[in-house]
Design a protein around this ligand. Structure first.
Ligand SMILES: Cc1cc2nc3c(=O)[nH]c(=O)nc-3n(C[C@H](O)[C@H](O)[C@H](O)COP(=O)(O)O)c2cc1C
Length: 425
């Protein structure tokens, strides 16, 4: 819980008014997202992910009941909003991430899920239902992956959320594959019919471990199936994507609208950039510690996150890295890392990250791929002057313009995403 006195009102220094309106189904397309991660998806990690190109961020799963009796408090200096339980902050956020923040709920009860979502509604843009956690603490009480085999309950939670949330709050779900593709498709159809805005598919089954290769080849059929349902719902691939560049491979392989990254971002929250940070001990650790300290992130949580960071080492030697890891493992508070964090002000570091997100709104960071090639129509013999029976006439020339999103012009204007944008013909 915070050291500072809090107020229930918003920060006294309002942020620059965001031009971005609420989320639509299209916002879940052409994105590269930070996955929900308990512990590793803490506020500072989400801010660094947004600064370095994540289009949107999912918060860590929070079980419905855990948030219900929390007290919302706003730090009057930093603007950080904390939902505090008896002894600790259950969830912390900052207004800068609100346009990009999806709050993930763990639930096995439609009423509790709705109450949980209503508790945090003023600080988020969407709610996501976790239908994939295979851990016994989740499945024993019917939550997470247990919902995959209880589709009535799963869909009743999504239906209740959609009915009770105002239209500007999106409702989404994150599932795993079922052992049979046919069962996955049946489940997907039911989920899509609840009125959700997007569906994330973690391409592993409940019994697969993270070290098992994700079955991303299963996704294309699911993507085509959802497209065929005609509701404009994005399918988000999750599993084994390492960063921005790799997301292009994943989308080309699967046809997915977007990609979501967990462990790649746990290792390096700048993996969303075309140029992820290298030498993370020098280029990420100090800044992360400063942002975490200023935002009052619990030191043990910060220490856990920093310990996970790995990146390509160019200048930092193995022994320097080892020494820093030793220092961090001995540290009990931010004070023990103060000399390493340097004289640079934590407030300035925090303001810089807020400013970077304001200047380059993450939802405009899109990965626009050229349209997938359509199957070539069978070539007709030169002598054939009439369209043979049962053969479609080819489209008249000029009608085949590729679909361009409404914000295509803006996307082209982005400086460092140009290599992934198609050249208009
Ligand atoms: C540390 C950690 C915490 C996680 N916590 C959650 C969670 O809160 N909710 C959830 O749906 N998935 C959670 N996951 C699963 C990830 O979101 C993701 O589905 C999985 O790691 C596969 O993606 P990846 O191959 O990119 O790591 C977690 C994964 C990790 C590594």
């Amino acid at each position: 819980m915070s050291r500072r006195s809090h107020s229930a009102s918003p920060s006294p220094r309002p942020l620059k008014r965001s031009k971005i309106d609420h989320l639509t189904k299209d916002d879940f397309k052409n994105g590269v997202f930070l996955a929900p991660m308990v512990r590793s998806g803490a506020l500072p990690t989400r801010l660094f992910a947004l600064k370095h190109g994540a289009t949107m961020v999912w918060g860590p799963e929070i079980v419905d009941k855990a948030i219900l009796h929390s007290k919302r408090e706003v730090d009057p200096i930093t603007g950080v909003v904390s939902y505090n339980g008896v002894s600790r902050a259950i969830f912390a956020t900052h207004p800068i991430e609100k346009p990009y923040l999806i709050y993930q709920i763990g639930s096995a009860d439609p009423g509790l899920a709705v109450q949980a979502a209503k508790t945090v509604i003023q600080d988020i843009s969407g709610v996501d239902l976790n239908c994939g956690c295979p851990k016994p603490f989740s499945t024993h009480s019917g939550m997470g992956a247990a919902l995959l085999t209880n589709p009535d309950l799963l869909c009743s939670i999504l239906t209740a959320l959609r009915k009770e949330m105002p239209p500007h709050i999106t409702v989404t779900a994150k599932i795993r594959l079922l052992p049979s593709q046919e069962d996955t498709l049946k489940l997907v159809e039911r989920i899509v019919n609840t009125g959700i805005s997007a569906l994330t598919v973690h391409c592993r089954t409940r019994s697969m471990r993270d070290k098992d290769k994700a079955k991303i080849e299963k996704l294309r059929e699911i993507v085509d199936f959802v497209r065929g349902l005609g509701k404009g719902i994005a399918v988000i691939e999750n599993g084994d994507c390492t960063g921005w560049e790799d997301a292009e491979r994943v989308r080309k392989t699967t046809g997915a609208d977007s990609v979501m990254i967990a462990r790649g971002a746990e290792s390096n929250p700048s993996c969303f950039s075309t140029e992820p940070l290298t030498d993370v001990e020098r280029n990420l650790w100090p800044a992360y510690l400063r942002v975490a300290k200023y935002s009052d992130n619990h030191f043990s949580l910060t220490k856990f996150c920093v310990t996970q960071f790995k990146g390509r080492r160019i200048e930092v030697t193995k022994s320097e890295s080892h020494e820093l890891h030793q220092k961090l493992s001995r540290a009990k508070s931010y004070t023990d890392m103060q000399d390493f964090m340097g004289d640079h002000s934590c407030e300035e570091e925090f303001k810089a990250i807020v400013h970077a997100i304001e200047e380059k709104p993450p939802r405009e960071n899109r990965m626009i791929l050229p349209p997938e090639p359509q199957a070539e129509p069978a070539e007709l013999p030169e002598t054939c002057l009439v369209t043979p029976e049962d053969t479609q006439n080819p489209e008249p020339p000029g009608s085949g313009a590729p679909f361009l999103p409404h914000d295509f012009g803006k996307i082209l204007a982005l400086p460092d995403r140009t290599e992934t944008t198609p050249t208009p013909m």
